[in-house]
Design a protein. Structure first.
Lengths: 572, 308
């Protein structure tokens, strides 16, 4: 913090209320903070902590019926009246710029990048069209877009995710703002791109003396580029201080808890650390164990095997099956998952992780190649065999808000597979088992009567796991099971999966883009790049001695809070 | 009883119930609708005259103006009578009954056709979808009233005159029902295509549920909101389509009059100054359609389905 000059942003006692007919919800309470020129302040917290609301309140973009009920906001010393819509309009984009999470939606798809930049520049500065064009090229160059003069004529859809986010940052910089509010700017991006964007934001803050408020849930991002950090919990700032101090010696118990649950990428621990007291799940799982003794005696070592699998996606024509513009999602993938092991599958978006999950799940046949389950060709199997395989293969999905039918009670959701596969004849017989399953995943029996909307994301994911176990599977596919959850909940769910895997000796395919999580969960790891397998090996080997260059790059890009910033800069 | 009150409390405590109690338009139109429905249901009890039985007509009281007693017979008529001494109030009550019945059944018919085809089209996709949607496109390019006229006209030429009048009501229902399925099919198809991508459907696919169970248990409940909105709005539309058909003479016969039939017979007397024969059925038709539309608009705002 530099003394002498006033801070760019100064907030005193800010409170934001959301009145509703059920009473007033105070989303932000008594928040005070300052950001100096060239400083990056991180705001970290779990979902619902009010971190985005702080950003929205400053820019006057609070969603109705939210309103600032107390406190003042000063921008370089001037009090700003967030209730005056016209004044705020003049302020936004001129003195304060915002970078949002999704670069796909923050650019207008109907205008070229050039048009959007030139229009923005001319709206803020008295420049001719030609001068604005030159300025636009300069801005794009500054954010690291190669050949800016040519690329500028492109449409947003011709840019990759990282390029789009760069263009958004260029737009934010056009008006030479004093303050940039970046709300989860890298959450939608792959790790390799994330590292570049963070570096860019850091350099811009340093060079142009712009103050940056970086809102994120990711501790790694915080440790990598912020100077100071504010930890928020249910609307309050519980700790504010130098990033290095807060990360190494957190004072508040919530910050300590938040830090302790971040999975580590460097060493393997037997369990994920959980904040507070963990619920010990040790129900009588006789029923679940029964099944595993039956098919645990298979001869082959491999339970699931992909053989030279290709998957091509094409654009189907109206009438007929002629395809054009085909896209090869999987290219000659061979993969073998051994009985009782946890196989990790990592790769960036578009690498074919989810396509493999769908093929293995039996939802989407490969274009060529075959999927073997217990030595049986799944997609060529007779109906009875297919049903048997279906019962043994279950999946835990990514999005807990879309993976449960909101019009069915939890009891019915869990009992559906039991009854469908004839594991129990009727509801009366299935009910005690369903309650046992709920208990096994750490939910109260009263949950059975309720509908999914009554549960939080973490609880929904527990229901989803209970449903997956209800058919007594031997093979469980987990497709990014925790990427939609907060980090403290993530640890609980991962521990649950780990316990269940060990107790029921499940075979598991664990898909994630989060490398530290994969390191903790998996016995072996497969690294995918653009539809091809580049490395398969024991998890420890892959993480400690990667053989493939791409694996190395991926590993070096993990924003880790256990490593100093300089190391990451050196690799990028 | 206690359970019922609790259920009511829960209904009005919910967000939809809350918005309902605070929407004067919705409240008022529900009241109007309830009155009209009660009047239509109670027509045999409420109506002074059984207009379906020609023996009850009072020829001596013909052409009595509304809210006056007939000079010859001394009978009082609140809505007046027509040239055959038919009480306009009774005719309007019976007419509302027929109009509502036809519209309701027609809506149920077009809803079942449209929802079924929409589910199939959206769920299976590919050629099935292309075929169903092309048929829908063709039908959309012809005005609904024209299709209804065509079906109604065909039935007239094919059926014997005696059977014709007894079957007329079914023919009108069929005509309106078939002409209205496209809206349901298109909306449901779109909603199904969105739902199909959701993970709960994938989860249900993984246990290999039969398609029927899949569609009825998992997908249908999740697409019912837009169906409800369309059904309400198309109820008003069906009432008007029926009235149009009957007005054009392709609908219900004068022996079994609907509001449209009454308007048709009433217009002959308009220039003779006997306005009431046309006015009361027309005003009832307007009120009915308006009330349903206001309710439908409110439902649409509250349930907020996409693409409507």
């Amino acid at each position: 913090m530099t003394s002498g000059r006033p801070p760019v942003l100064s907030i005193r006692g800010l409170c934001v209320d959301f009145p509703s007919r059920h009473g007033t919800l105070r989303a932000v309470r008594d928040v005070s903070l300052e950001i100096a020129p060239g400083e990056i302040l991180g705001i970290v917290g779990e979902s619902g902590a009010g971190k985005s609301t702080v950003g929205a309140a400053i820019t006057g973009l609070l969603q109705a019926p939210g309103q600032i009920s107390a406190g003042e906001v000063r921008l370089s010393g001037d009090i700003i009246d967030t209730r005056d819509a016209n004044a705020m309009q003049a302020l936004r984009g001129r003195r304060i710029s915002t970078i949002f999470q999704d670069p796909l939606t923050s650019l207008n798809p109907l205008f070229t990048i050039e048009r959007q930049l030139v229009d923005t520049i001319r709206a803020h500065r008295a420049l001719s069209r030609a001068e604005a064009r030159v300025e636009a090229v300069r801005q794009l160059e500054a954010v690291g877009i190669p050949e800016p003069a040519q690329r500028m004529t492109n449409w947003p859809h011709e840019f990759s995710g990282g390029m789009r986010q760069r263009a958004v940052i260029a737009l934010a910089l056009c008006s030479q703002p004093e303050l940039i509010i970046a709300d989860e700017p890298t959450t939608a991006l792959d790790v390799t791109v994330q590292a570049q964007i963070l570096k860019l934001i850091q350099n811009l803050a340093r060079e142009r003396r712009v103050a940056v408020m970086l809102i994120t849930h990711n501790m790694g991002v915080i440790s990598q580029i912020t100077d100071r950090v504010a930890v928020m919990k249910s609307g309050e700032v519980v700790e504010l201080g130098k990033t290095s101090t807060v990360l190494s010696r957190p004072c508040h118990e919530y910050s300590q808890a938040l830090l302790s649950v971040v999975p580590r990428g460097d060493v393997k621990l037997s369990r994920f650390p959980v904040a507070g007291s963990a619920r010990n799940i040790d129900a009588a799982m006789k029923w679940l164990l029964e099944s595993n003794s039956q098919h645990g005696s298979g001869g082959a070592d491999a339970l699931v095997e992909l053989r030279r699998v290709n998957r091509v996606f094409g654009v189907p024509r109206l009438f007929g099956s002629v395809t054009h513009g085909a896209f090869k999602a999987l290219d000659n993938v061979s993969l073998c998952i051994r009985r009782g092991e946890v196989m990790g599958l990592v790769g960036e978006s578009g690498s074919g992780k989810s396509t493999i999950a769908k093929i293995v799940a039996g939802l989407n046949p490969p274009s060529t190649g075959e999927l073997l389950f217990n030595g049986e060709d799944v997609y060529a199997a007779r109906f009875e065999v297919r049903q048997h395989i279906r019962r043994q293969t279950q999946m835990v999905f990514q999005d807990p808000y879309s993976s449960l039918n909101s019009h069915m009670r939890v009891a019915d959701i869990i009992m559906e597979p039991m009854i469908h596969f004839g594991l129990e004849k009727n509801r009366q017989l299935a009910e005690p088992l369903m309650l046992e399953l709920l208990n096994a995943v750490g939910l109260e029996a009263s949950a059975a009567r309720r509908y999914p909307h009554a549960f939080s994301g973490g609880q929904r994911q527990r229901i989803s796991i209970a449903r997956a176990l209800a058919s007594r599977p031997s093979f469980l596919i987990c497709d990014e099971p925790t990427s939609a959850l907060d980090v403290s909940i993530q640890a609980q769910i991962l521990n649950l999966l780990k316990d269940l895997q060990e107790k029921l000796s499940l075979t598991m395919l664990f898909i994630s883009h989060d490398l530290p999580v994969v390191r903790q969960m998996c016995d072996r790891v497969t690294v995918l790049q653009k539809g091809q397998v580049c490395e398969i090996g024991e998890a420890d080997d892959v993480f400690n001695h990667p053989r493939h260059r791409y694996t190395e790059t991926l590993l070096s890009m993990i924003p880790s809070m256990h490593r100093p910033v300089e190391l990451i800069q050196a690799t990028s | 009883m206690k359970r019922l009150t609790r259920k009511f409390a829960a209904l009005f405590g919910s967000d939809i119930g809350h918005s309902y109690l605070r929407s004067p338009g919705a409240l008022f139109s529900t009241m109007v609708l309830l009155i009209l429905i009660a009047a239509a249901l109670g027509a045999p009890l409420l109506a002074p005259q059984n207009i379906l039985d020609p023996r009850t007509l009072d020829l001596l009281s013909a052409n009595t103006p509304p809210w006056s007693a007939n000079a010859l017979t001394g009978h009082f008529y609140s809505f007046g009578t027509d040239d055959q001494g038919r009480d306009v109030l009774s005719a309007t009550l019976y007419g509302t009954r027929v109009s509502l019945l036809v519209a309701l059944v027609a809506v149920l018919l077009s809803m079942s056709i449209g929802v079924t085809l929409g589910l199939i089209s959206g769920y299976f996709g590919g050629r099935t979808d292309a075929a169903i949607m092309r048929i829908a496109d063709v039908q959309l390019s012809i005005p609904a009233i024209f299709i209804a006229l065509l079906i109604s006209g065909l039935s007239r030429t094919l059926l014997a005159p005696g059977v014709r009048d007894t079957l007329a009501i079914y023919m009108v229902i069929l005509a309106i029902g078939i002409s209205g399925w496209v809206t349901y099919a298109r909306t449901v198809r779109g909603a199904v295509m969105v739902e199909k991508q959701r993970e709960y459907v994938q989860a249900a696919l993984m246990i290999g549920l039969p398609t029927r169970t899949m569609l009825l248990r998992h997908i249908l409940p999740n697409v019912r909101r837009p169906i409800l909105v369309i059904a309400t709005i198309s109820l008003a539309l069906s009432i008007i389509t029926e009235a149009t058909l009957s007005y054009l003479g392709a609908g219900l016969p004068p022996t079994q009059p609907s509001l449209g039939t009454l308007i048709r017979s009433g217009q002959d007397f308009l220039f003779a100054g006997e306005w009431w024969i046309l006015f009361f059925p027309a005003a009832t038709l307007l009120t009915l359609a308006l009330a349903i539309n206001v309710l439908g608009d409110w439902l649409r705002d509250v349930l907020n389905p996409r693409g409507l």
